[in-house]
Design a protein around this ligand. Structure first.
Ligand code: NAD
Length: 493
């Protein structure tokens, strides 16, 4: 199967183009061939998107939203199929695949509702017989660059607000996971979205992504991926005066205080650390635990880790799927030596799984380090795999300091029964998302999603906040006095 670009409502002829293989990380089997596009392909898509945007912006927003309702309904009808495709290409277990598709469906219906809101403000003018308001105006053609770990949800966080607000878009999915994007192209076409509103260009970040950043007709780049890539995008985007929204890496922590419900904390840690094989941007990779309960927490966590089943995520009994590819496997494994050399103690895992079906896929054993100090590399750097470090602290204040002592700021969590501490924590934890008595993953689409410091640059995906990325505020003054009225001069207050 050849996955070709979707531009101006048509799939490109497979023809004589460059392709790369798409592999199932659970089995190594080739699932498809994906087009590796060039700067000319980006140009063609940007031109189509630009031509479509003029008329799309004039379609009343509730009508634009009606396409999102259709898209959401088709996704719902096709949920199981989409989840299966997602699990095959990305590896996350099928239950999580279904959850991710549901997130996209929720986003479709939620953003469709915005078609009848897109609220601006009306406000009094300082002058008589003058009216003032601010409205959200579409920006034009927007560029979306997405990672492989959430092949559909993140794209819906970006593309749905973009189109309801009257923009057209060009989406570059990650090369590892183009199949969900291809499925979405079919859904866009079936929903009758006018040609050129949604365009998908497959290919390498260095080529397609760079061409998007340099294209004069693309006004916004909304990116989710690693901090390293985000920095390059910010630099190039800055030079080209793009509006750049960045959602990047994380080093998320669960804090367990001495008064915590330990079984609840263990469940939250397991779900946040080993779900999606530790490859969520919100994955828990640090457990900051009070000295009084460290041994007990460790014991209970280790016991539960033994029951984690590892294998192909299509099998309903599996709890931990593969990691995305061989490079990821090697990168994760390299941190085991780094951790040991720095003095951390390996309690479980620390190995690439081999033998039988493991040989075909990319499987890493759920791993637990203890006696980790906050400054070690395994406690500072994003490993992006099923590896957790236990860091002991002697107070709540120390826990907050350790939580905040990393370059990232996406998600944090605290387990405590003390309501005062819980509120202090939500105030003082320097992350875009804070959970009280729940793990670090579990975002809902109607709230803003994003992080502080090295995780983001102040923008948010999802929620109404996402509209800020894809709209310009336009201020409109209507003077019905019939005379020249000068603000600040004719009406000193
Ligand atoms: P990545 O940075 O390698 O790639 C992300 C996307 O950027 C891909 O589509 C890639 O092709 C493209 N890209 C690569 N180089 C580029 C360049 N020079 N110019 C333009 N585009 C380029 O990230 P990944 O490995 O796909 O995803 C994992 C990372 O994403 C992790 O760091 C994870 O924490 C992060 N992530 C963050 C969030 C969030 O919302 N904060 C959500 C999911 C994933």
């Amino acid at each position: 199967m050849k996955l070709t670009n979707y531009v101006n409502g048509k799939w490109q002829d497979a023809g004589n183009r460059k392709y790369a293989a798409v592999l199932n990380p659970a089995t190594g089997e080739e699932l498809a061939q994906v087009q590796m596009s060039s700067a000319e392909d980006v140009d063609e898509a940007a031109k189509a998107a630009k031509a479509a945007q003029k008329s799309w912006a004039k379609v009343p927003a509730p009508k634009r939203a009606s396409y999102l309702y259709k898209i959401g309904r088709i996704m719902k009808e096709r949920k199981e199929h989409l989840a299966q495709v997602l699990t095959k290409e990305m590896g996350k277990v099928i239950e999580e695949g279904r959850g991710e598709v549901q997130e996209g469906i929720d986003m479709a219906f939620y953003m469709a509702g915005e078609g009848r809101r897109l609220f601006g403000e009306t406000t009094p003018s300082e002058l008589a017989d003058k009216f003032a308001m601010s409205i959200r105006a579409p920006i034009g053609v927007v560029g979306l660059i997405t990672p492989w770990n959430f092949p559909v949800a993140i794209a819906t966080w970006k593309s749905f607000p973009a189109i309801v607000a009257g923009n057209t878009f060009l989406w570059k999915p990650a090369t590892e996971t183009p199949m969900m994007a291809y499925e979405m192209s079919k859904i866009f076409a079936e929903a009758g979205l006018p040609d050129g509103v949604a365009n998908i260009v497959f290919g390498a970040g260095s080529e397609v992504g760079t061409a998007m950043l340099e294209h004069p007709d693309i006004r916004v780049i909304s990116f989710t991926g690693s901090t390293e890539t985000g920095r390059k995008i910010a630099e190039l985007g800055g030079r080209n005066l793009k509006k750049v929204s960045l959602e990047m890496g994380g080093k998320n922590a669960v804090i367990v205080m001495e008064d915590a419900d330990l079984d609840l904390a263990v469940e939250g840690i397991l779900w946040s650390a080993f779900g999606t094989a530790g490859q969520r941007c919100t994955a828990c990779s640090r457990v900051i635990v009070h000295e009084q309960v460290k041994e007990e927490l460790q014991k209970r966590l280790l016991a539960k880790m033994e029951s984690l089943t590892i294998g192909d995520g299509l099998d309903e009994s599996i709890k931990v799927g593969p990691v995305i590819n061989k490079e990821a496997l090697e990168k994760i494994h390299s941190y085991i030596e780094i951790g040991k050399q720095e003095g951390a103690v390996l309690l479980a895992g620390g190995e690439i799984l081999t033998g039988g079906h493991f040989d075909k896929g990319n499987y890493y054993a759920p791993t637990l380090f203890t006696d980790v100090s906050a400054s070690m590399r395994i406690a500072q750097e994003e490993i992006f795999g099923p590896v957790v470090s236990i860091i002991e602290v002697d107070s709540f204040e120390a826990a907050v300091e350790v939580n905040n002592g990393v370059i990232y700021g996406l998600s944090s969590s605290i387990y405590t029964q003390d309501i005062n501490r819980a509120f202090i924590a939500q105030r003082d934890l320097d992350t875009g998302i804070v959970y009280i008595n729940a793990g670090t993953s579990g975002a809902e689409i109607h709230l803003p999603f994003g992080g502080t410091k090295g995780t983001g640059n102040g923008h948010r995906d999802s929620g109404v906040a996402a509209l800020d990325v894809f709209t310009e505020w336009k201020s409109v003054y209507v003077d019905f006095s019939g005379k020249l009225q000068r603000a600040q001069i004719d009406n000193e207050i």
